[in-house]
Design a protein around this ligand. Structure first.
Ligand code: CDP
Length: 232
């Protein structure tokens, strides 16, 4: 069954390298990579642009009523060969990574109707298998039958440093303290919310990448995939 295209679900805490891992695994296997967090970030960007988030309150009813007018899709960037997210046909990949989105996204991701819409779209993208998707509820809700489920974790210090470096590299001004506070805040909301919280499912394999390089974590996961495919 070497040619069978499986579904790989990668969940874990904020900024633990899930997307990096998912991208690398998908590239190596010739699978589609979907960053489900980008979709929640894009809805948050839409909410900010449309006066749905004011100061720190969210007009939930207005957002729900406007959900049908939110169209999301991914397109592969021809230079980087990585998928980028489009909101109503506008590329918002850069905007959604900014701290003002990170500061609000977990509140938007708590809204049941938002989750129903995005989970439905994610399930459609994964219908044929051959997909690597990362997020918080991929192994528990989006693809409960995924052949491989990973739960990624790393120390808060390492996660903070990685995200800090990433933002600085993109020219975004921030501090380590601001980044760490945001990660801790999102982890708390993401793990305690009523709607599909981040959990480690029983069948997920834990991957603590605190002391692993990008290459080491990739090799580890490819070995798991090979084991799985050859045992089928
Ligand atoms: O990249 P990072 O790990 O910091 O976060 P992300 O994957 O871009 O996700 C941003 C936020 O979206 C998370 O903190 C969650 O609140 C939400 N999210 C979610 O609820 N469910 C998902 N499947 C993916 C993201």
């Amino acid at each position: 069954m070497k040619d069978k295209k499986i579904t790989i679900a990668i969940d874990g805490y904020s900024s633990c390298g899930k997307s990096t891992l998912a991208k690398d695994v998908a590239k190596e296997l010739g699978y589609v990579f979907i960053d489900s967090g980008a979709m929640y970030r894009a809805v948050t960007y839409f909410a900010l642009q449309n006066g749905i988030i004011n100061a720190d309150s969210i007009d939930v009813q207005k957002l729900i009523s406007l959900l049908p007018s939110i169209n999301l899709h991914f397109e592969v960037n021809s230079t980087t060969l990585l998928p980028e997210i489009y909101l109503n046909n506008k590329n918002v990949e850069t905007e959604i990574r900014k701290p003002e989105i990170a500061a609000r996204v977990s509140r938007i991701a708590e809204i049941k109707e938002v989750r129903i819409k995005l989970v439905d779209e994610q399930q459609k993208m994964g219908q044929g298998g051959g997909i690597v998707m990362d997020g918080r509820d991929i192994g528990s809700v989006v693809f409960p039958n995924a052949e491989l489920k990973l739960f990624v974790t790393a120390s808060i210090e390492v996660r903070t440093q990685r995200r800090f470096d990433e933002l600085i590299q993109k020219g975004i001004t921030t501090t380590r303290q601001e980044v760490q506070e945001n990660l801790t805040w999102r982890d708390l909301i993401d793990t305690t919310r009523g709607e599909s919280p981040l959990i480690q499912t029983e069948d997920a394999i834990i991957l603590d990448n605190t002391a692993l390089t990008k290459e080491e974590q990739l090799a580890h996961v490819l070995a798991l995939v090979n084991q799985l495919i050859s045992s089928k």
